[in-house]
Write a protein that binds this ligand. Structure first.
Ligand SMILES: [Zn+2]
Length: 170
């Protein structure tokens, strides 16, 4: 899957002068997306003026054991994957909330559970897009790297997604 990359810049920021990499992309739905990896444990990504900072938990787990350059490329592609799949994720989340509202199942626990389970599904979408961006490169990056972190990711996100389905369907 080809990404329409508009701009790539590297700046040195933060206490330890660690790289912060900024990538601008045109999303398929026509908005300009921005992804900033680093400095430190933070990522920022979003479209147009809506740029959301977040801790890099999933990208940290998934990129354990990778060479720095490979990890950075996959981190950027994963964040771009979030932007590209955002409309689907919004629809999916809205459908899940609609289901618990129409089933009269609205309470704090269910609201939080739907948030977590739909977010897990969004992580799956983003990582699938990361793989599809360049499947051969993805495979090469992980040669000789432990399967454990990826197994934790896929098992936990698939389980949470299924828990979400069970909750809204039954
Ligand atoms: Zn993610």
């Amino acid at each position: 899957m080809a990404q329409k990359i508009l701009e790539k810049t590297v700046s040195f920021t933060g206490r330890n002068m660690r790289n912060s990499k900024k990538t601008k992309v045109r999303t398929w739905y026509g908005l300009d997306g921005t992804v900033i990896i680093g400095a430190g444990f933070m990522h920022k990504s979003g479209v147009e003026n809506l740029i959301i900072p977040h801790p890099a938990v999933i990208n940290w787990l998934l990129r354990l054991g990778l060479l720095e350059n490979s990890a950075t490329t996959l981190r950027i592609n994963h964040e771009i994957g979030h932007l590209q799949s955002a409309p689907l994720a919004v629809l999916y989340t809205a459908a899940n909330y609609t289901a618990i509202i129409t089933a009269n199942q609205v309470n704090l626990f269910n609201l939080i559970l739907v948030f977590i389970c739909t977010h897990a599904a969004w992580e799956i979408m983003s990582e699938i897009l990361t793989i599809l961006t360049d499947p051969q490169f993805y495979h090469k990056c992980y040669q000789g790297v432990s399967l454990v972190p990826r197994a934790i990711f896929w098992l936990s996100t698939i389980s949470l997604t299924l828990i979400g389905w069970i909750m809204v369907l039954f």
